[in-house]
Each structure stands twice: as structure tokens, then as C-alpha cells.
Write a protein that binds this ligand. Structure first.
Ligand SMILES: [Zn+2]
Length: 421
């Protein structure tokens, strides 16, 4: 029994490796797939034969010139069947639902932005808004809802992966907004939710696994301050799925008022409203909701710093020091090999950098802080969608053979084929 379970596990893993190789590299001959995946020719043949039966991959004759080895026959290339199954990704932010329809090859075939009223959206109204928006989107694409196998959602704020709800977020007036259960009921697809920064972390791992693997952390400086953690080669979201709320870890007890309602959070010194509050000499307990910050507020502050305004430069320097102290805590706790800084506010990094290194040096002994690299990555909104797609595809690829029999009409082969490790 255990041995069969092991074999099944290995088979799923190998299938997933082959499907991912085709998704990353495009159409490939069996022999090249063997080289990329380091699976034996027998294993590649067995797996691809299953995948062909199931309609998940297609074979096509290469247009490459014939070679001697090909014995006069064109090489057969294998490629993912884009039409086999679809996924939907949804990104929720203030007033916006950004939807994408993605085919099995990983290509985005359609996208759309739908507006909603964040100021009045709550646990009763938003699930209806979201399912309605996805229904309309699929209807416009001419794709039947039953062909969508995965729906991945990313949201700003505190997201509980385990219960599938958004505990609180700047995108909603209400708290505890259910997302996963209503979507599963409406579409019968697998569904999950994550926060934005976790999806950026996933996207980095997908785009460059040799650089972004093992243990690393992503810090997103934006409207708020988010963190994604990759620990021992896995995205870490904690027991209830709300890790890692770096922005709401306390920096100074009883300090500046945070958007979450507590005082002294890192975010209350680092986010755009915190910078604008400090630059305008507003009291530390000024309600973040009343501060006009955002992209424009930050841009104005950057302009001032760029023209040498001492006040603005000091604000960024101090924020840099707070960031340095925060980074020091992350390093002391998890010993990452890399920390990535990104988000819209990373444009201000050149003004924060000196403060950050000084803060880090003040906060942590050299033995602990000398083993990590820092990447400062220009902000790219697409990373969140890339992460959602990567995670959906990974789940799909592993979900065999159950998924396959459902949409292809073919049963997975249960005969005595060999499974090689
Ligand atoms: Zn907070």
C-alpha cells in the first residue's frame, strides 16, 4: 500500500515536471524533454503517452530540416494543449477587480478591469460582485464556466489562506470578506486566495528558480508594507495563512498610528501615508485614512527630495533606518540568503538606502548580517498575476489523474506501466 502510494506520488511529480518543462520551454521533442527534466527516456515516453491520451498535450511534426539521425522522418514535437483547461486569475485592489483568463499553456488569452466601490464593499455584497464579474468575463470570452479548473485570487491586506477570506484590507469597508467558498460554489473550480506579496514571491521563484529558491524574503513597499516568505523551497503562509505581516510587526511600542488601528507598526513609519504624515509634520496619531498620500503624494515627496529639500530627504532617511531595523529582525529570525525589495515605493530607495544600511548595522551584529544579498527590483504590477498563474498551474499539474478524467473523457491508464524515479 505504502509502496503504491509512493509510486503514485512519484508519477504525479514526474508528470508535473514534464508539464512545467513544456510550459517553460515551449514545444519539445521527447529526447530534449529527457535532457531538460533529467528523466529517463522510458519515463518520458510513458508520461507523454499518458498525457497525449488525456488530451493535455498534442504532438506536432517539426518544420525543422531533417537530419541524418531522424532517418528521413520529421521530428515529432510535443506541446501543451492550450485548450485543455483554463484558469482565471483575479487581483483585488482598491476599487478594482483585474481578471485574466489563462489557457493551459500559461498564455493570457484575455484580461479585463472591472470597477467596484471599495468604500461600500462588505462581506454580503462583495462575493456577489466578484462572482458576477467573473461570470460576465467568461461569457464575453465565450468560455463555459465548467472548463475553468482553477481560480486564483490575490488581494491587498490581511488574507487568511486557510479559511479563504480577507480578514481586512484597504480594498473593503467591511472585514472578513468571504472569497473562496462563494467562488467554489459558483464555479465548481478549485479556488485559493493569497496576498499580493506572496504572489510576487511565487512569481520570482517561477521566473528565476536558481536565484529565488531555498530561503528568501520579499518586502513590498507600497500602499502598505507586505512580505512574502519562501522557506526551504516553499512559500510560507503560516498556520492560518496570514503570514508574514511584516508591516504590522511592531517597531516602536505606543508609536505612530497605523492603518490597522494599532500604534507603532513598521507600516506606520514606512508606507506612503506615513512618509507624507512625517513630511508634513502632522502628529503621529493623525488618522491614516485622512492623509492624502498614494502615488501622487509619494511622487511629490520624491520631487522634493530630488531637488535637495532637506525635510523630504530626512523623511526618507528616517524611513530607511526603520526599514533597516525591520530587515535586521527578518535576518535574525530566518537567515535568508536573499531579501528582495519591491513595490511602487521602491523608487524612493536611493533616498532610503543610506538610512537602511545604518539601521541594519545598528540593529544586528555583523556575524548575522553578512550572509545575505539584497535585490532592489523595479516595481512591475504583472508580477502578481504571474505568481497567481504559476501557483494555479502548479496545482493543476499535480492534480492528476482526477482532473484529467473529468475534462478529457479519457481515464488515466491504470495498467502496469513502470514508474521510474
Ligand atoms: Zn498595523
Amino acid at each position: 500500500m505504502t509502496r503504491n502510494a509512493d509510486r503514485d506520488q512519484i508519477r504525479r511529480q514526474n508528470r508535473s515536471i514534464v508539464l512545467q518543462a513544456l510550459r517553460r520551454s515551449g514545444p519539445k521533442a521527447r529526447i530534449d524533454l529527457g535532457q531538460i527534466t533529467r528523466l529517463s527516456p522510458a519515463t518520458v515516453t510513458a508520461i507523454t503517452s499518458d498525457l497525449l491520451d488525456q488530451g493535455l498535450i498534442l504532438s506536432l511534426e517539426s518544420e525543422e530540416p531533417k537530419t541524418h539521425q531522424a532517418r528521413g522522418r520529421p521530428r515529432t514535437l510535443l506541446k501543451l494543449n492550450p485548450d485543455a483547461v483554463y484558469i482565471v486569475s483575479a487581483r483585488l485592489s482598491v476599487n478594482n477587480i483585474d481578471l485574466s483568463l489563462v489557457d493551459f499553456s500559461g498564455a493570457v488569452v484575455r484580461d479585463k478591469r472591472t470597477k467596484f466601490e471599495s468604500a461600500s464593499a462588505n462581506a454580503d455584497s462583495f462575493p456577489v460582485t466578484l462572482t458576477g464579474a467573473i461570470r460576465e468575463f467568461l461569457a464575453e470570452a465565450g468560455v463555459d464556466g465548467t472548463r475553468v479548473r482553477e481560480i486564483g485570487v490575490a488581494a491587498q491586506g490581511v488574507v487568511e489562506t486557510e479559511t479563504g477570506l480577507i480578514a481586512w484590507s484597504p480594498a473593503f469597508s467591511g472585514r472578513r470578506i468571504p472569497i473562496v467558498p462563494p467562488l467554489q460554489d459558483a464555479f465548481g473550480a478549485e479556488c485559493y486566495i493569497s496576498n499580493d506579496t506572496n504572489m510576487i514571491t511565487e512569481a520570482l521563484h517561477w521566473s528565476d528558480p536558481s536565484r529565488y529558491s531555498g530561503t528568501f524574503a520579499v518586502i513590498m513597499l507600497d500602499y502598505g508594507v507586505g512580505m512574502g516568505l519562501y522557506l526551504n523551497n516553499q512559500l510560507f503562509s503560516g498556520a492560518s495563512g496570514t503570514a508574514a505581516e511584516f508591516g504590522h510587526a511592531n517597531h516602536i511600542p505606543g508609536g505612530a498610528l497605523c492603518r490597522c488601528g494599532k500604534r507603532g507598526c513598521l507600516e506606520a513609519y514606512l508606507s506612503d501615508y506615513a512618509l507624507v504624515r512625517a513630511a508634513n509634520h502632522l502628529p503621529e496619531d493623525t488618522d491614516p485614512m485622512t492623509i492624502k498620500a498614494g502615488v501622487r503624494g509619494l511622487a511629490l515627496l520624491l520631487e522634493r527630495a530630488g531637488s535637495g529639500d532637506a525635510g523630504a530627504l530626512k523623511v526618507f532617511y528616517e524611513a530607511g533606518r526603520v526599514l533597516g531595523y525591520g530587515v535586521a529582525r527578518v535576518i535574525a529570525m530566518i537567515d535568508p540568503k536573499r531579501i528582495v525589495l519591491t513595490g511602487a515605493a521602491v523608487r524612493a530607495f536611493s533616498f532610503m538606502e543610506k538610512g537602511m544600511w545604518e539601521g541594519l548595522e545598528e540593529a544586528l551584529v555583523a556575524d548575522l548580517r553578512n550572509n545575505f544579498s539584497l535585490d532592489v527590483m523595479p516595481w512591475n504590477e504583472d508580477f502578481i498575476r504571474t505568481g497567481l498563474i504559476a501557483q494555479s498551474m502548479e496545482r493543476l499539474d499535480k492534480d492528476f489523474p482526477g482532473t484529467v478524467s473529468r475534462f478529457s473523457g479519457h481515464m488515466a491508464r491504470k495498467d502496469g506501466e513502470e514508474v521510474s524515479a
